[in-house]
Design a protein around this ligand. Structure first.
Ligand code: ARG
Length: 280
């Protein structure tokens, strides 16, 4: 994902309070002080070094995963599409996130229940297209509705490995032509779609994919990825990117890293409405 304005939420209430993905175990709690330190370090990298604007939503007690703002929904200009979380534990986040956007004048467009949708965890723009991932947490029908609302065509990719339960855990667009991708996380047809449509796929190894190498935040030619991914780092550097390897160990205990901690607030104008209209 790319962008220079993000929404984040401080990890004041972050812990593993339930198990809704294979990374989470009640017996493997994050070190809360270290999580605060890692989040602050990432926040400062974005705001001070990379000059990104970060808006903050106040953390809510008993909503430990609210720190993963990527799952709030999708924001485009003054439009916000809230998530419909599959798990009731996270569905409670829908109210504070929607209120935050409503209070800032966003038009709210809900996705019809019962289709599950988990925001930018599911749907990422690459050039003019939207790539969406479905199966474990979201329904493909919701992606069709999102594409209709945004007037943006999409490629729906079926996920098949439960460790990579959201698209942003195994796929990261880094430019209109290049994406980080862990192909084995996708069903066969989805793999073909990726290889047919993406000019320069950087194929990530399982070892680095399990270190969340694909959970990247792109700010023009700067990319934040988790530490311990030397092969991906080399591939990105060859393409002229500056890689900022950052430690997200405590957030990985809940199944997330860099990308999961931010939601884009300034996705470029990919809405069909902004393109020149074709005459019939
Ligand atoms: N514990 C969170 C969950 O399972 C992690 C969310 C990670 N977010 C993401 N965009 N992949 O919902």
């Amino acid at each position: 994902m790319s962008g220079s304005k993000f929404l984040m939420c401080a990890p004041d209430h972050f812990r593993v309070a339930y198990e809704i993905n294979p990374w989470m175990s009640l017996r493997r709690q994050p070190d809360v002080a270290l999580a605060q330190k890692q989040w602050k370090c990432f926040y400062e990298l974005l705001t001070q070094k990379l000059k990104v604007t970060v808006e903050l939503i106040p953390p809510v007690p008993l909503l430990p995963d609210m720190v993963f703002t990527a799952n709030a929904g999708m924001a485009r200009r003054k439009l916000f599409i809230p998530s419909n979380f599959r798990h009731p534990e996270r569905a409670k986040e829908e109210v504070p996130f929607t209120q935050w956007f409503r209070a800032r004048g966003y038009e709210i467009q809900m996705i019809e229940k019962p289709y599950y949708f988990e925001g930018e965890g599911d749907a990422l723009s690459m050039g003019d297209e939207l790539y969406t991932g479905y199966h474990f947490r979201s329904d493909v029908q919701s992606h069709d509705l999102v594409s209709g609302i945004l007037k943006q065509s999409y490629f729906a990719l079926e996920l098949k490995d439960k460790r990579f339960y959201h698209l942003d855990t195994c796929f990261a667009p880094v430019s209109p032509n290049t994406a980080l991708v862990f192909l084995d996380a996708f069903a066969t047809y989805a793999q073909l779609v990726i290889l047919e449509n993406i000019a320069d796929p950087i194929r990530v190894s399982e070892e680095e994919a399990l270190r969340f190498a694909c959970n990247a935040v792109v700010v023009e030619k700067d990319i934040v990825i988790p530490s311990g991914c030397p092969k991906v780092t080399a591939e990105l550097e060859q393409r002229g990117f500056t890689v900022h390897a950052t430690d997200f160990s405590e957030f990985m205990k809940a199944g997330g890293a860099a990308k999961c901690l931010v939601l884009s607030l300034d996705q470029p104008g990919t809405m069909a409405a902004e393109k020149p209209k074709l005459r019939n």
